[in-house]
Design a protein around this ligand. Sequence first.
Ligand code: ATP
Ligand code: MG
Length: 394
Amino acid sequence: MKEIILLKDGEIVLKGLNRRTFEDVLKKNIRHAISHLGSFEIKSAQSIIYVKPLSDDIDLDEACLKISRVFGIVSYSRAAICEEKTLESIIATAPVYLEKELKAVKTFKVEARRSDKRFPYKSPEICAELGGVILDKFPHLSVDVHNPDLIVNVEVRDFGAYVHGAAHKGAGGIPVGTSGNAAILISGGIDSPVAAYMMAKRGLKLTAVHFASPPYTSKRAEDKVVRLLRRVSRYAGKMTMYTVPFTKIQKTIKNECPEELFTIIMRRLMMQISSRIAADNDCTALITGESLGQVASQTIGALSCTDDVADLLVFRPLIGMDKQEIIDISYKIDTYDISIEPYEDCCTVFTPKHPRTRPVLKYVKEAQEKANFEPMIEEALANLKVTEISAKDE
Ligand code: ATP
Ligand code: MG
């Protein structure tokens, strides 16, 4: 029996004239997510995207898993393709395709959708005919229209008639790339991979910026970030990661700035350098994993001091979330186990004993201006390490 994956696109429906563009991007993203599994025909009509395998040996479970992580999809179902678009063919297909499920439950109902209005039977007629045949073939079953164990879905669409069981929830959001590009400041922690996931969900294509301070931070700490980004790219698609050599700047901060302002000045330099990398990569926003009040550098005062030097809009999708809520998402996207591996981050090098929680911008600026960071910023930007990230390398 030939199968297909049917997807419902979500908010795209709301986008009016832009809908075609959105659907084109979504189809491209779907193709990118599954093309390594074999050849597929991918086409759309009336808010449904049809993903049809072009050979019999394709692993459709794996294809469904990859599709479940593509933003812009509300739900997806793996379905049988009826040989013909006729009631007879639907009746011949459904009890065979769903035999295992039908044997495992006690109650069912048939739901039919007929978007091809030329089909000679109306939805209630399809339900009645197919329901009767199923009851004959599986005498242990009864119909429950309110709370059935199994819904047998029949879809009569432009390209054919399809039968499937339960639909699965998709990743939601809008297709990556339809909102533009942004640079995520990524550490090896729990928060920034979650922030990256959340903004990719709103359609942003990501570029990653990571600050490393060897020998205070190790090669393994950097590898950890690469592995985290590969997990994120299951949802966000491929991306480029820039590793910024940050040792000299951090040492200068330590030697030339007041201790209680170390962190805030470091974060300002991160923002300045990230803004430059972002601009060079057509990114029009920055993303961080900050959450209000979580640590001293994430108070309103400290965030205002860091925002001051960002040339771009800064998205902080976790700003109003509790740590546990962030952790719950990191479990869901499978980044938690990697995030808790105990490698150092450059933020934990030279941390002050008593950081200022209410820094005054004027003094922070003065303290920063005492050291001449500009040539060091240029040097760091001239020595970026570039790593291409793809979920396929996992
Ligand atoms: P995370 O769990 O993301 O590390 P955190 O709660 O530990 O966040 P901080 O270490 O203060 O908080 O970092 C705040 C934000 O600054 C991070 O979410 C991230 O966006 C950015 N950041 C921190 N360290 C780095 C780094 N080494 N490279 C790039 N960005 C960083
Ligand atoms: Mg951190």
